[in-house]
Design a protein around this ligand. Structure first.
Ligand code: FAD
Ligand code: SF4
Length: 510
């Protein structure tokens, strides 16, 4: 029996539905849980706050994509000494719709560190994750970006990395027949990216799942001390005008997969995780900054995989480098000039390359409700993180000049806006460790509902069931004990898959 997708506008009366399992969120974690549970013949409802945007409606301009696909139009921020944009999707498919399609397995050393920190049996099993990664690779067409889709932003980075004698590689991505249109962050306009809106969400619907989109989950239904569903409200996708309510009842379990930022808000609002006091705490990120290079020959960032080349050479030093092609309206924010000079510089946009460094930062932030009831994200890199970032920017600058850049825009307040020799980056180390000097963003978040054995030091157990509310599972990267130093979606999918298998086994009495 095929399910359906229901959205704001299609319903005028309160909606009631019941399934075996209700899933909140349709991103990497939620859609994957939907795929696994429906395969096991389990009846599923998915509740998703954002709209469903069909492939044919995806356009190349960032404004439209911010409006329909990005949370808070891309303006969600973490506050600390500096404002750090915390970027996420809010649509059917979640952040996978706007991400760069990079697929990385969690490094074993990170997993071993989790085991040490969380104690024997305190986390999921790595061999199980490996089995699931193999399966995800097959189902989501994960493969190395082919040479003819790289484009010069990627091949120039390769030249810089190899020229300096560093290790680098074309990126493994979940894309089938990529057209190299460099629109990954606006939502793939040809449906080639195997994001959740193109894969596991439709698969779950085919197998009977009902997806309630533009519907924000607000309150858990608790009966007999167990999670038994969720009450949500349909909201206009753009104006947020309230519509009817949804009462989604669960016969057996509720899966929260709303992301490491939205999940703790939902848990807080429903008083879950009070025993440990850890809900919303321990927020970890991979803050990242981009460096721009100006080349004599055209780079044409609008052709190629957005993110097609990377270097993990310095992973042990807690930094990773990636190409990051950006459309004009995004990348222009990094140009320092104003007025006629800016107009002139925009004319050379086709000669710019952009590459980024992401840092496995040690800082911990938090996600809470503030006194006015608003979501409040606190995040501040510590001095050690900033020193790493400086080193990362220096290394990117060296790569840029090595690959033939005429000028580099380091994007650091206190340095010249444009430099033309590698020596001119050295003064970066004499600058104070002030985060306001950098153009940092964070798009990988972890740790706000951590897994573990003890009620006092974790929010969910190693099966990802909440200590405080039986039958409530959290399966997104909130449960990760730390950040990882690599892009998270592959691990988020695998962890959620494993938890969903556990739920299916339990329901089958295994
Ligand atoms: C620009 C960008 C590029 C990225 N590139 C990569 C990359 O190339 N590779 C990689 O590995 N990672 C990348 N990431 C990160 C990666 O996409 C995320 O880590 C991953 O999608 C997280 O999965 P998730 O299921 O936890 O959350 P999401 O995928 O964000 O899904 C959560 C969903 O829950 C919904 N939701 C939230 N609250 C509620 C509620 N109350 N009720 C109902 N629904 C709710 C949200 O609307 C959202 O759709 C990128 C991120 C960004 C922002
Ligand atoms: S580069 Fe273009 S075709 Fe390839 S995945 Fe991204 S948006 Fe889709």
């Amino acid at each position: 029996m095929s399910g359906e997708l229901v959205e704001f506008g299609a319903v005028s009366e309160p909606v009631e539905d019941i399934a075996d399992v209700v899933i909140i969120g349709s991103g990497a974690a939620g859609a994957t849980a939907g795929r696994v549970l429906t395969e096991a013949g389990i009846d599923v409802i998915i509740v998703e706050e954002g709209p469903h945007v069909p492939t044919e409606k995806l356009t190349s301009d960032m404004y439209t994509s911010f409006k329909w696909l990005w949370r808070d139009m891309g303006l969600q921020v973490g506050q600390g000494r500096a404002f750090t944009p915390i970027l996420q999707g809010r649509c059917v498919g979640g952040t996978t719709v706007i991400n760069g399609a990079i697929m990385h397995r969690m490094p074993k050393r990170i997993f071993d560190h989790w085991c040490e920190e969380r104690g024997e049996g305190g986390v999921l099993r790595y061999e199980e994750l490996e089995r699931i990664w193999d399966q995800l690779d097959l189902e989501l067409s994960v493969g190395t970006a082919p040479e003819d889709t790289l484009g010069r932003n990627n091949t120039l980075m390769r030249r810089g990395v190899e020229g300096l004698g560093l290790r680098g590689n074309s990126i493994r991505r979940n894309v089938k027949d990529c057209q190299g249109s460099a629109h990954c962050n606006q939502g793939c306009p040809t449906g080639r990216k195997q994001s959740m809106n193109n894969t596991y969400v439709p698969l779950a619907i085919e197998r009977g799942a009902r997806v309630y989109a533009t519907c924000k989950a607000e309150r858990f239904i608790v009966e007999g001390g167990r999670a038994r569903g969720v009450v949500g409200r349909f909201l206009h996708p753009l104006t947020h005008e309230p519509g009817p309510t949804l009462t989604a009842r669960a016969r057996h379990a509720v899966v929260v997969a709303a992301s490491a930022i939205q999940t703790p808000v939902l848990l807080h609002d429903n008083h879950i995780g009070r025993t440990s006091g850890l809900v919303g705490e321990r927020l970890q990120c991979h803050p990242g900054a981009g460096v721009v290079g100006v080349f004599d020959d055209p780079v044409d960032m609008w052709f190629g995989a957005n993110q097609g080349y990377e270097s993990t050479h310095f992973w042990d030093e807690r930094m990773k480098f990636e190409s990051v092609a950006m459309p004009l309206e995004f990348g222009a924010a990094r140009l320092p000039e104003v007025g006629p000079e800016l107009m002139h510089r925009l004319g050379e946009y086709g000669h710019l390359a952009i590459w980024g460094v992401q840092v496995r930062a040690r800082a911990h932030g938090s996600v809470r409700r503030n006194l006015f009831g608003r979501r409040s994200i606190r995040y501040d890199m510590n001095d050690g993180d900033i020193q790493l970032l400086k080193l990362g920017i220096k290394r990117l600058t060296e790569m840029m000049f090595e690959s033939g850049a005429r000028e580099v825009l380091p994007g650091v307040h206190g340095l010249p806006e444009r430099i033309s020799t590698v020596d001119e980056i050295e003064p970066i180390f004499g600058l104070t460790d002030d985060p306001r000097r950098f153009h940092c963003i964070a798009s990988h978040m972890f740790g706000t509902a951590v897994m573990g054995l003890g009620r006092n030091n974790s929010v969910v157990d190693p099966r990802l069931e909440a200590h405080d509310l039986p039958d409530l599972y959290v399966t997104d990267s909130s449960v990760f004990p730390t950040n990882m130093g690599v892009n998270p979606q592959h691990s988020v999918c695998a962890v959620s898959w494993l938890a969903a298998e556990g739920i299916a086994d339990r329901l089958a009495g295994r």
